[in-house]
Write a protein that binds this ligand. Structure first.
Ligand code: F6R
Length: 610
């Protein structure tokens, strides 16, 4: 969703805001803006663009406001089209109070009506604009107190950064159901939607909790509840480095992040898996006895993370023999939950901030279920709100389409399944050792897939002339097919569907013809023969077939239109290797079509609103 940043310190604020917004652009890029308190001039300079951050930067370079306090915003539109007037920052009637916001103010219509009746004039269609006007309404000489009173009236989700002309040394941040961090530098402070915006400046970060506010002055930052009660905020040290959040010579973050997959897998495994397949998680340290209590596992996630959950569901049932169920968190939250103390709830979320997933997590926790978050972001809301956490340690992922973290999620699911299987005594030592060996060789096997890059690009070039695709797989490869289709559609805007091989005949096959290719995952697994039958069926309908097969398997050479060989591996490892192939395929199709791979239209990296 939207990205926000604020700065207070000794440097010129504008370049810091510009740099921060560039780093936050993956959260949304419909429009952008900054407000800087201009020193000496006793006025706030507001600059906005109705398009991406680059346009804003060009405007600022022509006319750079000078000041040491400022806020910036890159928008993913919810209320109101992406126009200049709707771009943030928004101000009060006199331009004294400036506010940037990520989230949705649910009661904005009634507040706006009330404020208009009191004489406030609104210029935008946004929900956000009620915030500066509400603060203005309550302002009696104490900005912080006015902010507090205003926030008491607001319902919904917000991360806010704000300042007032009247208090030139005060930057205020507040959050409710949307993330906000405070960066603590040497004599300078930042507030930001996430850590990536500020890593070039500081690694010391304070993560605001739900319903907390930070008042930042040159003397330090004070955290309170929205009611003003002091909160002891914990400062964490971030181990991401700035080069991880830059392209480093690659044309796109997505390609860089796919290339980082071997390292992401090593990081997800590091210190967790012994040669004998014994698994331990530092931040989720439940004993065997404790884990044996669970009769069921629920896995919640959205989008790519839901596909990882489906893989988890499959291996947990298969290896540990425990009933497992992957659920779309946005649907789960509106159903009558049937889980309880004997359910282990696993929430899968790269960002740790997906609104629907967080609500699902809280509902599960409220029903007495033990919760564990699998996430890439240390200190994220999911990690903080869960009983345990399994961190991916993949480093920042900037490309909007998840790639390396999907793979790290799959590795984490395998480790979790192995942990549960061991605790429940459902896996032999030999099998554990076999799984451990396979997982440990994965980084090298992925490197081999990456080395086949040119061949995948060649096929992508050829297939980019089609407008519709059907991805098909069985077993673990069913969610892999769904994820392959999602990746293609989100970055190339082509129509792509995923189906299980069995389901194909029950409807989707009707779509197929010579212009509707099938991407068939036919690597070695228990259902390979069935997949080959599916390929026969679709070839009989004239559909071109791009088949993924295990290296050395020539069964489909004369049947499929094209074949990509994937290093031979067991089913779990193979699902990962095929996923990397499909990510590269989607990437190259999108590049071929001239799409904006890192910032696909209408999408945002982290969906912090419902
Ligand atoms: C697709 C993608 C999204 C996310 C989804 C959940 O490439 O990245 O589908 O997977 O929005 O996000 P997280 O994992 O942050 O909860």
């Amino acid at each position: 969703m939207c990205g926000i940043i604020g700065y207070l310190g000794d440097r010129e604020a504008t370049p810091v805001l510009m740099d921060g917004l560039k780093r936050l652009e993956y959260r949304g890029y419909d429009s952008a803006g900054v407000a800087v308190l201009q020193q000496g001039a006793e006025m706030t300079s507001v600059t906005k663009s109705e398009a991406k951050v680059d346009l804003l930067i060009a405007k600022l370079q022509d006319n750079m406001p000078s000041g040491r306090l400022g806020i910036g915003h890159t928008r993913w539109a919810t209320h109101g089209k992406p126009t200049i007037v709707n771009a943030h920052p928004h101000t009060d009637c006199y331009g004294r109070i400036s506010v940037v916001h990520n989230g949705i103010i649910e009661n904005f219509a009634e507040l706006k009506q009330e404020l208009e009746a009191a004489g406030h004039e609104f210029v935008s269609d946004t929900d956000t604009e009620v915030v500066p006007h509400l603060i203005e309404q309550y302002y009696k000489g104490d900005f912080l107190s006015a902010v507090r009173q205003a926030l008491q009236r607001i319902r919904g989700a917000y991360a806010l950064a704000m300042f007032s002309l009247e208090d030139p040394e005060l930057l205020v941040g507040a959050r409710l159901n949307a993330p906000l961090v405070v960066g603590i530098g040497e004599g300078e402070y930042f507030v930001a939607s996430d850590i990536t915006a500020i890593i070039p400046y500081t690694k010391k970060v304070l993560i605001l909790g739900e319903g907390e506010m930070a008042a930042v002055t040159p003397l330090g930052s004070t955290v309170t509840t929205l009611d003003g009660l002091p909160v002891e905020a914990k400062v964490i040290h971030v181990d991401w480095d700035v080069s991880q959040a830059e392209k480093g010579g690659f044309p796109h973050f997505m390609l860089k992040e796919i290339q980082e997959t071997p390292e992401a897998v090593s990081n997800a495994l590091r210190g967790r898996l012994d040669e004998d397949g014994h698994v331990s998680f530092m931040e989720f340290n439940a004993s065997d006895q404790h884990l044996r209590r669970f009769e069921e596992v629920r896995l919640l996630g959205m989008g790519t993370s839901l596909h990882a959950a489906m893989v988890g569901e499959n291996v947990i049932e298969d290896w540990a023999g425990i009933p497992a169920r992957a659920q779309d968190a946005s649907e789960f939250r509106y159903r009558r939950p049937t889980l309880g103390e004997r359910t282990l709830t696993v929430v899968i979320t790269q960002s740790g901030e997906t609104a629907d997933t967080l609500v699902g997590l809280r509902q599960a926790r409220d029903r007495g279920s033990l919760t564990v978050a699998v996430t890439n972001v240390v200190g994220s809301t999911a990690a903080r709100d869960s009983d345990g956490a399994i961190y991916l340690h993949s480093g920042p992922e900037i490309g909007v389409a998840s790639t390396k973290t999907f793979i790290a999620h799959l590795v984490s699911q395998y480790l979790l399944a192995l942990r549960l299987a061991t605790a429940h005594g459902r896996v032999s030592l030999e099998r554990r050792e076999e799984i451990a060996r396979s997982l440990k060789t994965l980084p090298d096997e992925i490197r081999r897939v990456l080395a086949n890059h040119k061949e995948i690009a060649r096929l992508a070039h050829h297939y980019s002339r089609f407008r519709n695709f059907m991805y098909v797989g069985r077993g673990l490869n069913h969610p892999v097919a769904l994820e392959g289709a999602l990746k293609l559609k989100e970055i190339s805007y082509l129509h792509a569907e995923g189906s299980s091989g069995g389901e194909l005949k029950h409807g989707p096959i009707a779509l197929l013809d010579r212009d509707f290719p099938v991407v068939a995952i036919c690597t070695d697994c228990a259902t390979k023969e069935k997949m080959i039958s599916n390929v026969h069926e679709v070839v009989a309908r004239d559909a071109p077939v791009l088949a993924l097969v295990s290296e050395g398997d020539h069964n489909l050479d004369d049947l499929a239109t094209d074949v990509i060989e994937v290093p031979a591996a067991d089913e779990a490892a193979s699902a990962i290797l095929s996923s990397v192939v499909l990510q590269l395929f989607a990437y190259h199709v999108a590049v071929e079509l001239g799409c904006d791979v890192d910032q696909p239209r209408n999408l945002a990296k982290s969906v912090t609103v419902e």
